[in-house]
Ligand binder design. Structure first.
Ligand SMILES: O=c1[nH]c(=O)c2nc[nH]c2[nH]1
Ligand SMILES: [Zn+2]
Length: 452
C-alpha cells in the first residue's frame, strides 16, 4: 500500500455555494494523507508547522492546491482547430471544425491528436472530462487507449451524424449500432472505471430519427451509460431543428422522446432555452454544460444562468474546445463571471467560490462522480492541481498581496493559466508536471529521497 502525506495550502468547495453561499469556500493549510490514491486523512495545520507526519511527506505549501478541474464538454478532434474567430456556429463548423474532424479518419493522425488533447487537459489541471469523441470508431479507440495510459478520468463516445455535415462524417443506423456496441463493450468501465462510454449524437440538426433510435438502443443496452449532445446554441440551428422535427414540442423533445434525457445526460450550451425545456431538464435530473468562451467566440448568446438556477437545473462548466478558448477551466470560470456581470440585473453575481464550484464539484456531480472527486475531503480521490506561479509573475505578486482567501481565489481565476499549473494528479498519480521530492519522516530522522 502506498501512502503519502501532502502538506498544502488548499482551496475547495465541499458544499454547493449556490445553496450555502460564499461560506462554502474552504481555505486551509492542511496535511492530506493519501493512501492508494484516496484521501484517508485531513488535518488542519498551524501555518508553517514542521513536524507534521511520519512516512513519506510532500510539501506543496509554496503553491496553492485546488481540486482537479472537471470539464463537462470538450471536443477531442478539435484541438488543432482552436482559435477560429469571426463566425457563427454553423459557418464555424463548416469552415473550421469539420474539415479538421475529417482528418481523424487516419488512425495515425487520430493518435497524435489524442495525445495532444489529453496532454492539454492534464497540463491545464483538468482531471475529469466528458469528451465529444470522433465520428470515426478507430479514432475513438485511439482516444480511449491513450486515455487509459494517461490516467485521466474520461467519459466519451463516438459522435453520430447522418446528414448535413459532410459525407465522410456521416454514418448509417446499422454501422452506428454495430460500432457503438463494440466500443461500449471494449471501453465502458475500463481502467478500473476511469473510462466510461457516452452515447453522443452530434446534435439533432445532423441526426435523423433513425440515428436517434440507435442512440436510444445503445443508451438503454446497459443501465450505467452516459448521454451527451448539444442543444439550443444558436438561432439558425434551433429553427432548422424545428423544421426537421415538426412534431416535436421543442429542441429538447427531439432527444427526450427517445429516452435520452435523464440523470446521466449532459447537454451542452442551452443558451436559448424555453421554459418547458428548463422544467423538463430539472425534472429529469439532466445537467447543462455552460461553455462561456465558446458562446462568446461564436456570438451564440448570453447564458441565462438565473433561469437555470430558478428552474432547478444542474449547471456545470465546459471549455468546448475548439470553439472555446483552450483547456483552462480557470479562463472558463472567469468568462462565466464576466458574462453574468454583463447581464446586469438578470445576471447571477458569481463569487470566487461559485467559480471554483462550477469548475470542480458541480462538474463532478453532473457526471455522477460527486462521491469520488470534486473536492479535497476525506474519502475523495486525490485528484488535484498544484498552482505555482513563476516567481515575480503578476499572479505570484497578486497572491502574495491578497488580503483574504476569497481574494486569492479570485486572483487565481483572473490571472491563472496552464503555465502556472506545476503538477496535476489523478487518484494520487502524477499525470502532468512535476511534484517536489518527498521527504521520509521517521520518529528520529528526516531524509530526502527522489520520488518516481
Ligand atoms: O459548439 C459547438 N461545437 C461543435 O462542434 C458542435 N457541433 C454541433 N453543435 C456544436 N456546437
Ligand atoms: Zn460542443
Amino acid at each position: 500500500m502506498s501512502a503519502v502525506t501532502y502538506l498544502a495550502r488548499a482551496l475547495d468547495t465541499p458544499t454547493n455555494p449556490f445553496e450555502d453561499g460564499p461560506g462554502a469556500l474552504r481555505a486551509e493549510e492542511v496535511a492530506l494523507e493519501v493512501r492508494d490514491g484516496t484521501i484517508v486523512g485531513r488535518r488542519a495545520l498551524v501555518p508553517g508547522e514542521k513536524a507534521v507526519a511520519t512516512g513519506e511527506v510532500v510539501d506543496l505549501r509554496h503553491g496553492v492546491l485546488l481540486p482537479g478541474m472537471v470539464d463537462t464538454h470538450v471536443h477531442f478532434p478539435q484541438v488543432r482547430a482552436i482559435g477560429g474567430l469571426g463566425m457563427p456556429l454553423l459557418d464555424w463548423l463548416e469552415r473550421c471544425a469539420l474539415p479538421e474532424e475529417a482528418r481523424l479518419a487516419d488512425p495515425g493522425y487520430a493518435e497524435e491528436v489524442a495525445d495532444e488533447f489529453l496532454d492539454g487537459l492534464a497540463r491545464a489541471g483538468t482531471t475529469t472530462a466528458l469528451v465529444f469523441g470522433s465520428h470515426f470508431a478507430s479514432a475513438v479507440d485511439a482516444l480511449f487507449e491513450r486515455a487509459e495510459r494517461s490516467g485521466l478520468r474520461i467519459t466519451a463516445g463516438q459522435v453520430l451524424s447522418d446528414r448535413m455535415l459532410r459525407p465522410e462524417l456521416h454514418t448509417d443506423p446499422a454501422t452506428a449500432a454495430a460500432e457503438g456496441a463494440a466500443l461500449i463493450e471494449r471501453w465502458h468501465g475500463a481502467a478500473g472505471g476511469r473510462l466510461r462510454y457516452a452515447v453522443t449524437p452530434r446534435f439533432s440538426l445532423s441526426t435523423s430519427e433513425a440515428i436517434l433510435r440507435v442512440c436510444e438502443e445503445l443508451l438503454h443496452s446497459r443501465d450505467d451509460l452516459w448521454f451527451t449532445s448539444h442543444i439550443n446554441e444558436n438561432l439558425r440551428e434551433i429553427s432548422t431543428v424545428a423544421e426537421l422535427f415538426p412534431t416535436c414540442q421543442h429542441y429538447l423533445d427531439t432527444y427526450a422522446r427517445h429516452g435520452l434525457v435523464g440523470p446521466r445526460s449532459v447537454l451542452a450550451h442551452n443558451v436559448i432555452p424555453g421554459e418547458d425545456e428548463l422544467r423538463l431538464l430539472a425534472a429529469s435530473g439532466a445537467a447543462v454544460s455552460h461553455c462561456p468562451t465558446s458562446n462568446a467566440a461564436l456570438g451564440s448568446g448570453m447564458f441565462p444562468l438565473r433561469r437555470h438556477l430558478d428552474a432547478g437545473v444542474q449547471v456545470a462548466l465546459g471549455t468546448d474546445v475548439g470553439a472555446g478558448a483552450g483547456f483552462s477551466m480557470l479562463k472558463e470560470g472567469l468568462q462565466a463571471y464576466y458574462l453574468q456581470q454583463l447581464l446586469g440585473a438578470e445576471g447571477v453575481p458569481l463569487t470566487p467560490a461559485h467559480l471554483l464550484y462550477l469548475a470542480t464539484g458541480a462538474g463532478a456531480r453532473a457526471l455522477g462522480l460527486g462521491e469520488q472527486v470534486g473536492d479535497l475531503g476525506v474519502g475523495k480521490q486525490f485528484d488535484a492541481l498544484w498552482l505555482v506561479p513563476p516567481t515575480g509573475s503578476t499572479l505570484d505578486t497578486a497572491l502574495r498581496h491578497a488580503p483574504g482567501d476569497s481574494d486569492r481565489l479570485a486572483r487565481i481565476f483572473v490571472l491563472g493559466t496552464p503555465a502556472d499549473v506545476a503538477a496535476t494528479w489523478v487518484g494520487g498519480r502524477l499525470v502532468a508536471g512535476h511534484a517536489p521530492a518527498s521527504t521520509t519522516h521517521t520518529p528520529r530522522s528526516t531524509h530526502v529521497h527522489a520520488r518516481t
